[in-house]
Design a binder for this molecule. Structure first.
Ligand SMILES: Cc1ncc(COP(=O)(O)O)c(C=O)c1O
Length: 470
């Protein structure tokens, strides 16, 4: 059974990739081997036209299905590479940011403040003041303290702010747990505690504020959500607070359901799978990675949930904050196999130039496909543990991954590196990778490879304090 599964050919066309007559994997019509040779590995390659198509399709689908105004804000935390965000921007998606850094990128690539919403649990005065100055469309309030602080800053700056309140609905989507569900009351600090009465308290407080204007609510219930029903259920859990909001004299003109829509070609491991993997090295099988839920299903579920909550004739503007489902499958990461180690009676290790210590952090908790770029059809008849270059035991891409026989010098593609890979990467003793975009057989650089000078640019070697004081 296992053997049969290992031999399964995984269809690279699911990612919009092609293959040439030599069995080499191509992305955007470019040879992955040539890209690896030209730019060096590790190397991220963005499938430019497919990314643009995915983003445009998301917007169009939502606009076709939801009867009222829709605004789609790309969750920049998912992939804040300016060249990538700029491609997404040109398709009509706006931006959701969570830090001064992301706000600066939005500004840098030409977003107007009106196209930017600001979210997240950590909004120091510097960020809030920058939002006021930039004129961001909404600041999404995460706590009562933040609400009061924003009113205070607005008074000082002589400004006004439009806000949404982030609700923690205490809802756990299918396959998640308290720790991974961002709308879990017990497990995650995000948002105003609905059950604890904080949302009511915030609504009351806003009545007494002159500088902040309430427009509506937001929740974000998790990432990699496979079941569209989860959005309906989370919306349904807000029925009472919506009624109380209207009763207290507020209008709800905007509702932001966050992001979290699953990518179709990779997925988070469920709690059970994580436990099995950690305890027994049992990696989930490839056949179960493809959720392939079309975005229409999510759009329909959200629309139905909104109609049930507000009534079909009274729908507010809908905001969505997708990250993963836009970017994930439109980027891959090339790694080179440096050495192959086999210990008698034990497993085989493929030592590569990238692991979770540097460039593949999401493979710690997500299942991603891995292809052999130079011979895409070579049969997967064995299991191998793919490691990175860092000297710690956990610098693994995957343990016990079904793989073909692989030799030193060959190139692997870690699929779906478009979501949360560059965000998590670290220069743990190694230069961070370049990022290129490929389309129509051509390629261009989005980010050059890190150099030694970049890696030490913030460092000083001061005289010792003793020398100075003596
Ligand atoms: C508030 C918020 N919105 C949107 C997103 C994007 O989620 P995803 O990439 O799963 O679509 C996240 C991700 O953590 C988030 O925290």
């Amino acid at each position: 059974m296992t053997k049969k599964r290992n031999n399964e050919a995984i269809d690279y066309r699911l990612w919009g990739l092609t293959c040439n007559g030599h069995g080499e994997l191509l992305i955007g019509g470019c040879s992955t081997l040539e890209l690896a040779a030209k730019y060096g590995t590790p190397l991220h390659v963005v499938n430019e036209s497919r990314l643009i198509k995915t983003a445009g399709n998301f917007l169009e689908t939502l606009e076709n299905i939801y009867p009222e105004k829709v605004s789609v804000h790309f969750a920049m935390k998912c992939n804040a590479v300016p060249g990538v965000v700029d491609m997404v921007r040109k398709t009509g998606l706006k931006a959701e940011v969570m830090s001064e850094f992301e706000l600066e990128i939005a500004r840098h690539i030409g977003y107007s403040g009106r196209d930017v919403i600001v979210n997240g649990p950590f909004k120091p005065d510097r960020l809030l003041n920058a939002c006021l100055e930039y004129g961001t469309r909404f600041i999404i309030i995460d706590s009562l303290a933040e609400l009061r602080n924003l009113e205070r800053l607005c008074v000082t700056a002589g400004q006004h702010a439009d806000i949404l309140l982030r609700i923690n609905p205490d809802y756990i989507p299918q396959g998640m747990n308290q720790g991974s569900a961002t709308g879990s009351r017990k497990g995650c600090a995000f948002g105003l505690d609905l059950k604890g009465g904080e949302v009511d308290e915030a609504l009351k407080a806003i009545h007494g504020m002159s500088r902040v204007k309430f427009w509506g609510f937001h929740f974000h219930i998790g990432t990699g959500i496979q079941n569209p029903e989860d959005y309906c259920k989370a919306l349904e859990s807000l029925r009472d607070i919506i009624a109380r909001t209207f009763q207290s004299g507020h209008q709800i003109e905007v509702f932001d359901v966050g992001g979290g829509f699953a990518a179709s070609t990779s997925r988070g491991m469920t709690t059970r799978e994580m436990l099995l993997y950690e305890a027994f090295d049992r990696l989930p099988q490839a056949g179960r990675t493809r959720s392939s839920i079309p975005i229409q299903k999510f759009a329909k579920a959200v629309t139905m949930g909104m109609k049930k909550l507000f009534g079909a004739g009274n729908l507010p503007e809908l905001i969505l904050e997708p990250g993963r489902c836009i970017a994930s499958s439109n980027q891959l990461l090339l790694l080179q196999v440096h050495q192959v180690k086999k210990r008698t009676g034990l497993k085989k290790w493929l030592i590569t130039d990238g692991g979770i210590g540097t460039v593949t952090m999401p493979t710690y908790y997500e299942y991603h496909e891995v292809f052999l770029c130079n011979d895409i059809n070579r049969t997967r008849h064995e299991k191998a543990t793919i490691t990175g270059p860092v000297c710690f035991a956990g610098d693994i891409v995957y343990r016990n991954k079904a793989m073909p026989e692989v030799y030193p010098g060959e190139i692997l593609a870690i699929m779906d590196s478009g979501a949360y890979f560059t965000a998590w990467e670290s220069s743990f003793g190694f230069a961070r990778p370049a990022i290129v975009a490929a389309a129509g057989g051509k390629h261009r650089l989005l980010r050059r490879r890190e150099e030694f000078a970049d890696m030490i640019a913030r460092d000083c070697i001061p005289e010792s304090i003793q020398t100075i004081t003596n």
